[in-house]
Design a protein around this ligand. Structure first.
Ligand SMILES: NC(=O)c1ccc[n+]([C@@H]2O[C@H](COP(=O)([O-])OP(=O)(O)OC[C@H]3O[C@@H](n4cnc5c(N)ncnc54)[C@H](OP(=O)(O)O)[C@@H]3O)[C@@H](O)[C@H]2O)c1
Length: 236
């Protein structure tokens, strides 16, 4: 990571991958603005209180307020980490359709909105990097997880189109495609995918942070549109 302090917005920063990214960026002396709904969890990051912005990313007004805060206070943004997301999967009999459509909203609609909002700013300032936490399921499909995979395929499709649109500029877009990571994502599942998929050593959030650092450390001439990271036992 370069020495100069970067302004970084991290969504989904109250737990799992987003929390870990926010924590390490803050420890590395970058300015982190952290958002998610659970304020108490965000406060555990020990950021400047103003940089904790709690709310529902599905609200366009809330997204506006984050954008205003960052550009009024810091006048720029270097990185947007799109980590907010959820998963709903299951058989035709079991899948919860309401949860499934909520997933489409946060994983796709709200992430697309925030991405375009910040890209417009990045175009004006002439630089910026969006790092999306996509998934291995942005490249593969699994029975019961079609809707989740569709949300990640959507992120991948948008990111690839944007990469082409941004060719030759100083604006970058990357997708990290993790396999199973131990976070709260599957906390409501009756059987954790670790068991059902026979993954003895899932990834941990530090593995994803290392991947983020690898991407951030690349020179300006390099683009990393996608980077897949899998646990050893991943066999599908
Ligand atoms: N864990 C894995 O195995 C894995 C693998 C591949 C990809 N991913 C992806 O990685 C990303 C992060 O997931 P994770 O594993 O870190 O799960 P997690 O621990 O459950 O974190 C999800 C985060 O999203 C936030 N969020 C959800 N809905 C939101 C909303 N409406 N408004 C604002 N924030 C919202 C949650 O915060 P609040 O509840 O406080 O709002 C939380 O901070 C997701 O996109 C997931 O699909 C995860």
């Amino acid at each position: 990571m370069t020495d100069d302090k970067k302004i970084c917005l991290v969504t989904g920063a109250s737990s799992g991958i987003g929390f870990a990214i926010a924590k390490v960026l803050h420890a590395d002396n970058h300015k982190v603005i952290a958002t998610a709904r659970r304020k108490k969890r965000l406060s555990q990051l020990k950021l400047d209180p103003g940089d904790i912005i709690a709310g529902d990313l599905n609200s366009p007004d809330f997204q506006d307020s984050i954008e205003k805060y960052i550009f009024n206070k810091y006048k720029k943004c270097d990185f947007l980490f799109n980590c907010a997301g959820m998963i709903e999967a299951g058989t035709i009999e079991e899948i919860n359709i309401d949860k499934m459509t909520s997933m489409m909203k946060i994983n796709v609609e709200s992430t697309f909105r925030l991405t375009y909002k910040f890209l417009k700013r990045f175009m004006k300032q002439g630089f910026g990097h969006i790092i999306n936490i996509s998934s291995v399921l942005g490249t593969k499909i699994r029975p019961t997880a079609g809707a989740y995979a569709a949300t990640k395929y959507a992120i991948e499709a948008l990111s690839e189109a944007l990469r082409m649109e941004l060719t030759g500029t100083n604006i970058k877009i990357s997708c990290i495609e993790p396999g199973l990571v131990m976070t709260e994502l599957h906390k409501d599942w009756k059987i954790h995918p670790k068991e059902s998929m026979g993954i003895h050593e899932p990834l941990n959030v530090e593995d994803i942070v290392n991947t983020v650092k690898f991407i951030m450390n690349q020179p300006d001439r390099i683009r990393i549109p996608r980077l897949m990271i899998l646990p050893r036992d991943h066999n599908v």
